[in-house]
Design a binder for this molecule. Structure first.
Ligand code: ATP
Ligand code: MG
Length: 410
């Protein structure tokens, strides 16, 4: 059997898919501190079924998933695969190559695959038993593990040698066989108890069987008697049936008669209902008429009240008007007397007026004569003024001429 390669994806510091090919002659992985050598070893133990997160240097199993770096986000799952070749002989299989895969998600769920087919961890353990390949087997020795083995107790050391000698598988089978033997002995004990119990039950079952046989004989007798009884009962029932048939025919006749009575009654009822409907309609019409009359009476009452009020107001108005007429007549009489005296005065005034008109006529004629005299005087006055103005103009011209001659002499 040869470890051919290790494939890592998302496991611890291996964020990208990384493949380690272990060619013939590869004996060690070297590198600076912190470059991931121990992570490779962890990956091998993890894929072979390591269950302790602490031994993988983590707090919980999901810590093995790449947790992110400055320039990369964390991943959601981690997957590691181990490829073995030339293993058909060692593992007793038909396969020449074996690929073991483990995958884990952030929720902590692990999946195992053998040659890409889902399987249980137990299948992987039993496949690699006694081959030295396993999470705690001697083929994987971590930093400081050799010291630990050398300094551990002889019993613990023995398991390493047993694994190397290839007897672990048989020891496991022995353990399994012993466990099965113990379970079989416990089953035997339980079967002995059951046999005892069954024997105890046989007597009671025999008694029950005798009872059952007696019951069957009695049951057969009962069936015969029951048949006789049923036959009698059938005859009685047939007689009763004949009687009932006759009774049914009679009742049918009565039913026919009753039905015709009902039909007749229903016709009468329908006629009565129609009459009732007509009466209802009349009552409704009468009610409508009554309401109409009541509303008319109410409106007449309102009008009467209104007219009474209006009449009282009119009477008051007539009384007031009569009083006013009386005072107006008194006033009229007074005014008639005043008119008569005014007429007398008017006649006197008319007469005076005519007299004054005559005087005015005389005066007007006199005034027009005077106006003629005045107009002639006025014309004369204007002529005089014109002559005066001409003389005055001439005198002014003479004065100017005199002043000029005076100026020339000086
Ligand atoms: P040394 O020579 O000191 O033993 P080493 O080569 O064995 O070192 P490892 O211990 O394998 O180194 O690797 C440690 C590195 O792995 C650390 O840089 C750590 O940050 C990184 N590492 C561990 N777990 C994770 C994780 N879940 N996600 C990302 N990086 C991780
Ligand atoms: Mg290390």
């Amino acid at each position: 059997m040869h470890l051919q390669s290790l494939e890592l994806f998302g496991f611890k510091s291996f964020a990208d898919k990384t493949i380690f090919n272990f060619h013939e002659g590869v004996t060690a992985i070297v590198g600076p501190n912190g470059c991931g050598k121990s992570n490779v070893c962890d990956a091998v133990r993890w894929v072979l079924g390591e269950q302790s997160a602490k031994s993988l240097r983590g707090g919980e199993m999901a810590d093995v998933i790449f947790n992110g770096a400055e320039s990369r986000k964390p991943l959601g799952f981690a997957e590691v695969s181990l490829n073995f070749s030339e293993c058909s002989e060692e593992l007793g299989l038909d396969w020449h190559e074996v690929r073991v895969t483990r995958r884990i998600y952030r929720d902590g769920n692990s999946e195992y695959f053998l040659n890409k087919t889902g399987c249980r961890l137990k299948d992987i353990h039993s496949l690699f038993a006694d081959t030295g390949v396993g999470r705690a087997a001697y083929s994987i020795m971590e930093q400081g593990k050799i010291d630990l083995i050398l300094s551990s107790r002889p019993e613990d050391r023995r398991s390493v040698f047993e694994e190397a000698a290839g007897i672990t598988k048989y020891k496991t089978q022995k353990k399994e066989a012993l466990r099965k033997l113990e379970a079989t002995e416990a089953n035997l004990l339980r079967i002995g108890d059951i046999i005892k119990e069954v024997k105890r039950q046989i007597g009671s079952l025999q008694r029950q069987a005798g009872k059952a046989r007696r019951y069957q004989a009695l049951h057969a007798d009962l069936q015969v008697l029951d048949t006789h009884f049923s036959h009698r009962r059938l005859q009685t029932l047939e007689r009763e049936l004949d009687e009932c048939t006759g009774e049914i025919a009679r009742v049918s006749q009565v039913e026919q008669a009753t039905r015709s009575d009902i039909t007749e009654g229903e016709a009468k009822l329908a006629a009565a209902r129609r009459e009732l409907d007509a009466a209802d309609e009349k009552i409704a019409a009468g009610r409508t008429k009554l309401q109409q009359l009541e509303s008319e009476i109410a409106s007449h009452r309102h009008r009467i009240e209104f007219n009474e009020k209006h009449g009282a107001e009119l009477r008051q108005w007539i009384e007031r008007s009569q009083r006013e007429i009386e005072s107006a007549e008194t006033k009229l009489r007074e005014q008639n007397a005043e008119i008569e005296s005014a007429n007398v005065l008017l006649e006197e005034t008319t007469r005076l007026l005519e007299q004054k008109n005559q005087e005015l006529k005389h005066l007007t004629e006199h005034a027009s004569k005077r106006r003629e005299v005045f107009r002639a005087s006025d014309q004369k006055l204007r002529d005089v003024q014109m002559n005066l103005s001409k003389d005055e103009l001439r005198a002014r011209q003479n004065r100017v001429r005199w002043r000029r001659s005076q100026a020339i002499t000086c």
